[in-house]
Design a binder for this molecule. Sequence first.
Ligand code: FPP
Length: 250
Amino acid sequence: MSNTVSNNIQHLAVIMDGNGRWARMRGLPRGAGHRAGVKTVRQLIGACEDHKIEYLTLFAFSSENWQRPKKEVSVLMDLFVSTLSKELSELHKNDICLKFIGDLTRFDKNLKQAIEKAEERTRDNKGLKLNIAVNYGGRWDIVNAAKQRAQKVLDGDLAIDKIDESDFSQYLHLSSMPAPELLIRSGGEKRVSNFLIWQTAYSELYFTDCLWPAFDKKELDKAVQWFNSRQRRFGRTPEQVDDDKNIKLA
Ligand code: FPP
């Protein structure tokens, strides 16, 4: 038996960056970049199956993205609604379960209804769990959880000493899923931009210059290959990890 154990990616998180630059390089409006980005999402969903990835979380709109020009925000909102209505049947047919995370209160009625319909229809699907982060911020997620636990303490239903990492993390979004083993960011920037900041504490971070609309299956294969070469130590020494691996292989 070979003495390598492939790392397993159950949960992949992605910051899809570079749509605007991709469009500009082609003399196209930024919206064309976002539309091309949706095609990449479609391909990625298919590729997840090949890599046996069970959870995919995409950063589609951050709480900071409201600061973009009004026109671009509106193009993005329209794109979310139209993509949901065009793709829902196909997603459902492929047994994909859709979930949106973020503060949805600020979205208009059309989008809120489209989200509700998509979640409702795909709720019991057993295939890929596809989470789409919209108007999401990691700090917001943490504050939200903190408020819920603080309220319980105020109500006298919770002793403050009972709050530990494991208790607290149950009140974050995606609490029912494993933390992402791998976070990919396209578009050349090397930061996490307030995405799943709690959940990615031990994730491997893969940054690529490839712009999101050009991120194809080959790029995913490269990222997965890189991930497989990482030694995931979680604070232990390399020797401890090797010993553990040998025990598993024995
Ligand atoms: C960042 O690129 C991209 C976004 C803010 C939007 C991403 C959204 C999609 C790809 C649509 C996905 C839709 C669904 C329903 C999943 P950027 O505009 O910041 O690019 P730049 O850095 O080159 O300007």
